[in-house]
Write a protein that binds this ligand. Structure first.
Ligand code: UDP
Length: 436
């Protein structure tokens, strides 16, 4: 993706191929675009990934990312070289900003002597603890033994070993190889984080020690670029009209993001927990996210009948609008980093059900550091779900979380306002880009 700046120089942005990676990169592009109202200065270029249908369907996401990085390097090089011959000379490219997961782009521009900046789309806390996984592997502690799981990770409170960002997709070796490649910034001039200074002051200080280049903590990006349309799936806007008919803070919004899957038992326990809570709910169930079902045809008819007057189930929602809606009083989330920032940005407390990777870190911070979330641990079971929904939506404990997250929302607004940390880091980033 190319964007042309006022000096006529081009900025190239290379996003990662998942919703949770694409979204922050497009938001960053919108912020950096000198005419963000019309996007006339964006050009989208496709880089062939060379993956077969069968490879794309493989559940080993880490293996796919590794292969994609190998496959894309030559096509990206060709794309830039073609640009050199037919569009703009390389010296007209001021910089590339690449998602840390698509590090192939850095290798190409290093050869072409173009400056680069990495964008990390997870939290600062996740980034600083990733190297611990490599130490544990070297010590023979991965898989992490049961006896260690509940222990706190030294120097990384409030994280326990069980909260470390391990992937459960496919091969562990692929995952650890990716950790090394993603953590290495090679020749990049700086790193951008989609983060909020006041939430992650301590991890940010540790990042400054870990990396010897400028770090720009610019976030939450969705608040700085509120208008960008970034969904890969079609949003069902009908759920907003449904929300319009619900009362203030009455609805629990349920979504497990763009990657997580549920089995039939988990689906059924979630459904009955929600039904028994008697709370209105808006539930996103992605088509294909329940193995063996196209969508919700396999769901219990008795459940559908029981909740028909207080439930809205959609395939994909305009999440930021949903969280900003007056009727939404809680979010049952997998705690992806974008969802975490979006919920805090709208002052909505969370029921945390992390599925894998950095979601574990985010959930622990939500529940034990910022204290704006309730943890759903272990197997999903309808009684636990019912209690968690009631606690969050109806009880004093939930109300206290709501007050705390509203305080954080206010701090976010200060951070993105004039003189705030995010604004300050953004100005520094722009200064660096214009110096290239
Ligand atoms: N999202 C959305 N509609 C939905 C569910 C999710 O627009 O129905 C968006 C959400 O706003 C967020 C992104 O998808 O920006 C999910 O990213 P996140 O990092 O939370 O989780 P991931 O999908 O990467 O696991």
């Amino acid at each position: 993706m190319e964007s042309e700046g006022r000096n006529g120089k081009k900025l190239i942005l290379v996003p990662g191929p998942f919703q949770g990676h694409l979204t922050p990169m497009l938001q960053l592009a919108t912020i950096l675009n000198p005419d963000s109202s019309a996007h006339p200065n964006f050009t989208f270029l496709c880089i062939p990934d060379g993956l077969s249908e069968e490879e794309v369907r493989n559940p080993d996401l880490m293996g796919i990312v590794l292969r994609l990085n190998v496959n894309c390097e030559s096509s990206f090089r060709e794309c830039l070289t073609r640009g050199t011959n037919h569009m703009e000379p390389v010296d007209k490219i001021c910089c590339i900003i690449y998602d840390a997961f698509v590090y192939f782009s850095e290798a190409v521009v290093r050869d072409l002597k173009i400056p680069s900046i990495a964008l990390h789309t997870s939290s600062a806390a996740t980034t600083i603890v990733r190297p611990i996984l490599l130490q544990l592997k070297a010590q023979g502690h991965i898989p992490i033994p049961d006896s260690m799981l509940q222990a706190l990770v030294p120097l990384h409170r409030p994280l326990r070993f069980k909260d470390l960002p391990l992937s459960n997709f496919g091969s562990l070796d692929y995952f650890l190889e990716l950790v090394v490649l993603v953590s290495n910034i090679r020749s990049s001039s700086a790193i951008i984080f989609n983060m909020i200074h006041c939430l992650e002051e301590s991890p940010l200080a540790q990042l400054h020690q870990q990396f010897q280049v400028p770090i720009f903590a610019i976030g939450p990006l969705h608040k700085l670029a509120p208008t960008s349309a970034v969904s890969l799936l079609q949003e069902d806007t009908g759920c907003i009209s449904w929300l319009d008919k619900q009362t203030h803070n009455s609805v629990i919004y349920v979504s497990l993001g763009s990657i997580a899957h549920l089995d039939q038992d988990q689906l059924s326990e979630m459904a009955w927990g929600l039904a028994n809570s008697k709370q209105p709910f808006l539930w996103v169930i992605r088509p294909g996210s329940i193995p063996g079902s196209e969508w919700i045809e396999s769901m219990d008819e008795e459940f559908k009948e029981c909740v028909k007057d207080r439930a809205c189930i959609v395939k994909w929602a305009p999440q930021k609008k949903v969280l900003a809606h007056d009727a939404v009083g809680g979010f049952w989330s997998h705690c992806g980093w974008n969802s975490t920032l979006e919920s805090i940005g709208e002052g909505v407390p969370i029921i945390c059900q992390p599925c894998f990777g950095d979601q574990n870190v985010n959930a622990r911070y939500l529940t034990h550091e910022w204290k704006v979330g309730l943890e759903l641990e272990g197997e999903i079971e309808r009684g636990t779900v019912e209690r968690a929904v009631r606690t969050l939506m109806k009880e004093k404990e939930g109300e206290e979380m709501r007050q705390r997250v509203l305080d954080l929302k206010h701090k976010v607004e200060v951070s993105i306002g004039d003189g705030g940390y995010s604004s300050h880091y953004l100005s520094e980033l722009v200064e660096l880009l214009t110096s290239f």
